[in-house]
Design a protein around this ligand. Structure first.
Ligand SMILES: NC(=O)c1ccc[n+]([C@@H]2O[C@H](COP(=O)([O-])OP(=O)(O)OC[C@H]3O[C@@H](n4cnc5c(N)ncnc54)[C@H](O)[C@@H]3O)[C@@H](O)[C@H]2O)c1
Length: 251
């Protein structure tokens, strides 16, 4: 792949599906080249076709982000291919809900590894490169990282942790021009959300507290906010957690 000096470059995790794919497509339309990262090889192949059709150069990295070394590797591969990195969009996540007495050690630890540790290790590897170009990190958290949801302790903890990690990193880099923000979406119709729908034996009275009274959030609306925060248009944001939930956390 030839090195491109003047087009901006974004690394998007979770790019095979849902919000990550929508972010990758919108960034391609905005003129970014892309490193597309996911564990789903088939989904990434389709994503690559789509962003290339939109005029982007794409590097595909099929990795399991639960492995810390994989986070370092995808950042170095991006910089090797494109010679720069302007935006890191941490979108990949898993949600493995369950009655808390039945949640396995693997489910709990995988949730923390993919949703919280991977964004940190990716940020750690990306920050030196982002500092060179006044770049941005956008972490996709969740409204249930703000208002907790029953039967979802590991996921809620990972997303609350991600919001606070975003703010901690933002404070650490307050004196530099790199920008670090999070978005916290409400429920969207994607494969990840289906896991909650399949949960057996949930008390509907309790679940009602996180039912979206105004309906689901559109994937493209969340992607638009991620792209805003990843680009110069988001210059006013640093250390923010932008909630996009149609009022779910309002009361
Ligand atoms: N769908 C919702 O209701 C909802 C609500 C709030 C926040 N979110 C957040 O939005 C983001 C995107 O989720 P989505 O709704 O588009 O779901 P999705 O299932 O469509 O996408 C998640 C992607 O992450 C990838 N992924 C999972 N584990 C991985 C791993 N170990 N390594 C690499 N990639 C991995 C999956 O393969 C998938 O492509 C997530 O951070 C999610 O927590 C989703």
């Amino acid at each position: 792949m030839s090195q491109v000096e003047n087009r901006k470059v974004a690394l998007v995790t979770g790019a095979a599906s849902g919000v990550g794919l929508a972010v990758a497509r919108q960034l391609a339309e905005t003129g970014f080249d892309l490193c597309l990262v996911d564990v789903d090889a088939n989904g990434l192949e389709q994503a690559e076709k789509q962003v290339v059709e939109l005029g982007a150069k794409a590097l595909v990295q099929v990795v399991d982000l639960a492995v810390p070394d994989a986070c370092t590797t995808v950042v170095s591969a991006t910089v090797k291919a494109f010679a720069r990195l302007d935006a890191l969009c941490n979108v990949a996540a898993v949600m493995l809900p369950g009655h808390s007495t039945e949640v396995s050690v693997t489910a709990f630890q995988t949730t923390l590894a993919v949703n919280l540790s991977a964004p940190f290790f990716l940020a750690q590897a990306a920050i030196p490169h982002l500092l060179e170009v006044d770049g941005a990190i956008v972490n996709v958290a969740s409204a249930v990282g703000v208002t907790a949801q029953a039967y979802n302790a590991a996921y809620c903890a990972s997303k609350a942790g991600l919001i606070h990690m975003t703010k901690s990193l933002a404070m650490e880099y307050i004196s530099q021009s790199i920008r670090i923000n999070a978005v916290a979406p409400g429920g969207m119709m994607t494969p990840l959300a289906m896991n909650m729908a399949a949960l057996q034996g949930a008390d509907p009275k309790i679940m009602g507290r996180t039912t979206p009274l105004r309906g689901l959030v559109e994937v493209k609306d969340v992607a638009e906010m991620v792209v805003l925060l990843a680009t110069d248009a988001g210059r006013g944001y640093h250390g923010a957690c932008v909630v996009i939930d149609k009022g779910m956390c309002a009361g």
